[in-house]
Design a protein around this ligand. Structure first.
Ligand code: ADP
Ligand code: MG
Length: 250
């Protein structure tokens, strides 16, 4: 049975997608069978893995409407399987709002392929809407990517409260694997101060930071992870190390 890992933070630009894509690729490198689920209508993960969302006939929204998930999953050059998103996913919260059992639509859809993978990595949208609650309801683990700047803290308290509610009400097995500091610049005292404050403030594990690097801007243009475009770069090494930590925790 696949273990389901969600990357969630309702703030945009904190490297949820970058982390989902590169972590998924790193897990594949470690011999794991991985499905990446793109739950953001902006479809950046889909794009980053080499598929143009505008060329696709089917996406995650069709699965929410009842299409067989196996028929929507795509292969990617990084060896990660992909449940792609298209822009129509923007209507997901509205679609789900009136449905009974609306928190469990993603969980139930993923159950059909859970035996085909070791890991299912979910890239969440920048919202705390029903589609993100679905991701948290399906997940065993959640990682919270967070940029090391004071303003990035805004909203994390609310996210933690949402996670606590999800655990209490709909998914008791959900575990916060940790905060993942991203876009980290260890040369600045400010970034270091923010990093050191995270553990005491949120009382959760703080994972090893991912360093800011231009390599991350280059990779999506060719539709590959940076493990493929820049295999020896610091970022690739750091996401491989993160994959090892996650494997060790299971
Ligand atoms: P989110 O999914 O949270 O909105 P993204 O993963 O799309 O965030 O990242 C936002 C931007 O930051 C993207 O342009 C991405 O290429 C860039 N980025 C992510 N991680 C890094 C990093 N470690 N160094 C430099 N740029 C990064
Ligand atoms: Mg994103």
């Amino acid at each position: 049975m696949a273990r389901i890992l969600a990357l969630a933070n309702q703030k945009g630009g904190v490297a949820k997608t970058t982390s989902a894509v590169n972590l998924a690729a790193a897990l594949v490198e470690s011999g794991q069978r991985v499905l990446l689920v793109d739950l953001d209508a902006q479809a950046c993960a889909t794009f980053c893995l080499g598929w143009d969302p505008e060329d696709l006939e089917l996406g995650a929204m069709d699965v929410l409407r009842g299409a067989a998930i196996a028929e929507v999953i795509l292969k990617t050059a990084d060896g990660v399987d992909l449940l792609p998103a298209r822009i129509d996913l923007a209507g997901a919260d509205q679609l789900l709002a009136t449905r009974s059992g609306r928190e469990f639509v993603v969980r139930d859809a993923l159950a059909a392929v859970a035996n085909d993978y070791d890991w299912i990595v979910i890239d969440c949208s920048p919202s705390l809407g029903i589609i993100t609650i679905n991701a948290l309801a399906a997940a065993d683990d959640v990682i919270i990517p967070l940029q090391c700047e004071t303003l990035s803290h805004r909203g994390v308290g609310q996210l933690m409260e949402t996670i606590t509610d999800v655990k209490r009400l709909i998914n008791p097995r959900l575990r916060v694997l940790g905060i993942l500091p991203t876009l980290y610049d260890g040369r600045t005292a400010h970034a270091k101060a923010v990093l050191n404050d995270l553990g005491p403030r949120y009382k959760v594990e703080v994972l090893a930071p991912i360093t800011r690097s231009i390599r991350f801007a280059e990779a999506p243009a060719v539709g590959r992870s940076i493990l493929a475009t820049s295999p020896k770069s610091k970022g690739a090494v750091e996401y491989r190390a993160l994959a090892k930590v996650i494997l060790r925790k299971n």
